[in-house]
Design a protein around this ligand. Structure first.
Ligand SMILES: Cc1ncc(COP(=O)(O)O)c(C=O)c1O
Length: 431
């Protein structure tokens, strides 16, 4: 058997492409803002994590240019060896102060933070306890660590307690949750997780990729919004969302950061964040600390559009974050809804099983502080038109779309997605 047989046999993505229902890898031809040019067409962008709208801000662009002129285009080596710059260390100090933890370590991507921190801290005799909706990078960090992975039902504290009850007292325990869950925009109940962790002697790590810059005082994140920053052991964040760049960080006590610095392979064996990356995030942080208007605008726009979509007749819940799930029904219906919105000039992301339970496929709408009321209203009009055509508004029913004329099988789509998500949402026996 040839290693590449699987590549030749992988037909499903091309079949979905041929049917015009392929929502991935569409080509952006402009900066990431409220309105973008996608494959030659103007579209309202409602599928971006540029929550504060800083990705095209002139002050951030200038910071990147100045840093590039001073330090060059790349660090050409790892933080561990030749790649640590004075601006990396400055950013670490400023982030530690902002988050409210003694120490911070920055990595080149958020994914690398989760891979390096979890695999660096957790050994084969330790237990990691994750929410079933945790991000793929957490799952991959757990797999790399060789520790024993246990999962509890999404945001279900009774189930978390059941899982903790079954763990023998020997062995370290780490509970890892997203602060804000990336697909549905709901929030981990940290006020309940903290006392449970204490009762069972477990440490807590919060991946706050979608909470930093949005929730808490001046965007200090989900832990800050619950007042539990000092009780959560490890706070992770990314620069690829509100900070409008790329990279990530971990915040914790100094001795924990010192240890991670010497054990996280994704830090040690990968090149450092570029000067432009570090300088952009420093500038974004300055703006976020001083200016709360963007956060207020962002959250009020999210509330406005979720209220309006509900009023139109969609199945959605009041927005707590900029991520608004619009539940459509089955996978085919979500892909068709995506396509109808795409044709009407609205860029969104369909989320299908196993990323969400079967029958609960959704359109993920994400809002930016730079959306105007006109953008939001225009998007709602497109939603209403598409929802009417699909027959999913004001019926109270989720859409099932079982057309025969597509020349591909949805089981094949689900198999491909399932493979992509690996352990993430598939039914895994608990060990
Ligand atoms: C919850 C969560 N954690 C981690 C990451 C990885 O971050 P990055 O894009 O910086 O690698 C993401 C990115 O999508 C995310 O949504």
């Amino acid at each position: 058997m040839d290693l590449f047989d699987k590549c030749r046999d992988f037909k499903i993505a091309r079949q979905v492409q041929k049917a015009g229902l392929y929502p991935y890898f569409h080509r952006m031809e402009s900066g990431q803002n409220a309105v973008v040019i996608v494959e030659g067409r103007r579209m309202i962008m409602m599928g971006s994590n540029n929550y504060l709208g800083l990705a095209t801000d002139q002050r951030l662009k200038n910071a990147a240019i100045i840093a590039t002129q001073k330090y060059g285009t790349g660090c050409v080596g790892s933080r561990f060896l030749n790649g640590t710059l004075d601006i990396h260390e400055k950013l670490e100090r400023e982030l530690a102060d902002f988050i409210g933890k003694p120490s911070v370590l920055i990595f080149t991507t958020g994914m690398q933070v989760n891979l390096g921190v979890i695999s660096g801290l957790v050994g084969k005799d330790d237990y990691i306890i994750t929410d079933k909706y945790d991000h793929a990078s957490i799952i991959d960090g757990c797999r790399l660590s060789g520790g024993k992975l246990l999962r509890f039902h999404h945001n279900d504290m009774k189930d978390l307690k059941n899982v903790l009850d079954k763990i023998p007292s020997a062995g370290g325990k780490l509970i890892v949750v997203d602060g804000v869950f990336s697909m549905e925009g709901d929030i981990a109940p940290l006020d309940k997780i903290v006392p449970l962790a204490k009762e069972y002697g477990a440490r807590i790590m919060v991946d706050d990729a979608h909470g930093i810059g949005v929730l808490g005082r001046n965007g200090r994140g989900t832990c800050d919004s619950f007042g539990v920053t000092d009780k959560v052991d490890l706070i992770m964040g990314t620069f690829s969302k509100s900070f409008a760049s790329i990279g990530g960080f971990i915040a914790a006590d100094e001795e924990i950061i010192h240890y991670i610095k010497h054990y996280a392979r994704s830090l040690i064996f990968s090149a450092a964040p570029s000067p432009a990356q570090a300088a952009t995030v420093l500038r974004a942080l300055e703006i976020i600390k001083k200016d709360t208007r963007r956060i207020k605008k962002l959250l009020s726009s999210a509330k406005y559009i979720s209220g309006k979509l509900k009023q139109i007749g969609f199945n959605t819940s009041p927005a707590l974050t900029p991520i608004i799930p619009v539940v459509i029904g089955d996978d085919m219906a979500a892909f068709k809804m995506w396509r109808m919105l795409y044709d009407r000039g609205v860029f969104v992301t369909p989320v299908v099983s196993p990323a969400v339970p079967p029958g609960r496929s959704l359109i993920r709408v994400s809002i930016m502080a730079t959306h105007t009321k006109e953008h939001l209203d225009e998007a709602c009009e497109a939603f209403e038109e598409a929802g009417n055509i699909l027959g999913i508004i004001n019926t109270g029913k989720l859409c099932t779309s079982r057309e025969k004329h597509f020349r591909f099988s949805w089981n094949a789509v689900n198999r491909w997605m399932g493979n992509l998500w690996k352990l993430n949402r598939s039914k895994q026996p608990r060990n």
